[in-house]
Design a protein around this ligand. Sequence first.
Ligand SMILES: NC(=O)c1ccc[n+]([C@@H]2O[C@H](COP(=O)([O-])OP(=O)(O)OC[C@H]3O[C@@H](n4cnc5c(N)ncnc54)[C@H](OP(=O)(O)O)[C@@H]3O)[C@@H](O)[C@H]2O)c1
Length: 271
Amino acid sequence: MASHLQNPLALPPVNDLTCIVTGATSGIGREMARQLAEAGAHVVMAVRNPKAAHELINRWSESWHGLPLNIEVMELDLLSLDSVVTFANAWNARLGPLNVLINNAGIFSIGGKRKYSSLLGYTSSKLAQVMFSSVLHKRLPIEAGVNVVCVSPGIVHTNVARDLPRIVQAAYHLIPYFIFSAQEGSRSALFSATDPQIPEYCELLKADEWPVCAFISQDCRPTNPSEEAHNIETSFEVWEKTLEMIGLPSDAVERFIEGNEVTCRYGTRSD
Ligand SMILES: NC(=O)c1ccc[n+]([C@@H]2O[C@H](COP(=O)([O-])OP(=O)(O)OC[C@H]3O[C@@H](n4cnc5c(N)ncnc54)[C@H](OP(=O)(O)O)[C@@H]3O)[C@@H](O)[C@H]2O)c1
């Protein structure tokens, strides 16, 4: 799989990039944060366990012999939309640039007493993300200079299976030889975040009648997501429903770009 790719992937100059990586305390996110910081980017680890992130930074700094790593930690628990708003407000208050946002955090278990299996819940959530990303990408005008890319990391040996039944976890940990390491799995997202051809490719897609957003495979090539991801009607339903759930109008992007203030229903608690 992807044997033509270097590991680690060689990155172009990233000294002028500020990158937020969510879920940077484990697996693929941890690799991306470390590699971007070692390549000179300003990295923000957006994590629910800041102590673990600070320990990682100390460890990386001790074993790193280049210029001091420009890396910091901000708290973000993606299970709480109040936490998301608190994070976004703290970020916006800085008035600094954000060049790359890597929405990496995720788990392979939905828990609870749902009727559908974890696998179905997990794959549906990923499909919904591709659909949402496609509508977002289409709604962002080229002049906004913002592109949305989805990536597949491949099948990667990480902690992602931690909430699955023990027997499945045991099988998962027996197969690292056949699957990617976290470093290999980080390549498609690092490529998408840094390769200068990506913005051009995204802009080409934007001009299509109905594009899905860019989708970069585990071997760092543009590829087509599943047939279901091309369903326009469902994609718009996912968009509408998502914005409705967080209390935003469906034209929130357009209003925001016009300079209007757009707020969702979360993050308004005074405590
Ligand atoms: N591994 C694969 O084969 C594979 C394949 C396709 C896609 N992916 C996707 O790749 C992404 C990274 O997964 P991974 O394999 O690197 O798994 P991982 O080792 O379990 O890492 C997941 C990261 O997400 C963080 N996270 C989980 N829930 C969070 C929350 N509510 N708020 C903030 N952070 C949260 C975790 O934080 P804690 O350390 O605090 O738990 C951890 O840092 C996920 O979106 C996963 O679905 C993985």
